[in-house]
Ligand binder design. Structure first.
Ligand code: 5GP
Length: 118
């Protein structure tokens, strides 16, 4: 938890204080369905630690954990879709970030062509 904040909503999901449709969990990562899906498959792949607010901080602080987020995303895309996916790390409010606990949006299924947006 950051020094001046309440536990993030994702930390509360890890603690099972808030229900979620969890599809994967190990010691360091949890993945669950986004509550407001923007694609046929829309999972959030989340390091359990909330020490990192975004992907850049995670890359600098624990690159192995960032790599595990990505390999987990591939495995989940294999299980829940056809193995093809878009991975989105929103960074900052102007990019649409609303939860400042690093997480990857795994978007799969049939995505619209020609756009990077959700
Ligand atoms: P961001 O906007 O920070 O990149 O992504 C946050 C995501 O978390 C959003 O897509 C939002 O729908 C999702 N989200 C927010 N609160 C909850 C919740 O309580 N449960 C689940 N499953 N997803 C949530």
């Amino acid at each position: 938890m950051s020094a001046n904040a309440e536990p993030s909503i994702f930390t509360r999901i890890v603690a099972r204080e808030i229900p979620a449709d969890v599809v994967f969990e190990n010691e360091r990562i949890i993945a669950f369905r986004d509550i407001a899906p923007k694609a046929p498959v829309h999972l959030l792949v989340v390091p359990k630690t909330e020490a990192y607010r975004n992907a850049g901080e995670l890359a600098a602080g624990d690159p192995a954990l960032l790599a595990e987020v990505i390999t987990t995303a591939q495995r989940l895309a294999d299980e829940h879709s056809d193995g093809e996916f878009r991975l989105v790390f929103n960074t900052g409010p102007s990019a649409g970030q609303t939860v400042f606990h690093v997480h990857a949006h795994l978007l799969g299924g049939h995505l619209p062509e020609g756009t990077l947006g959700q």
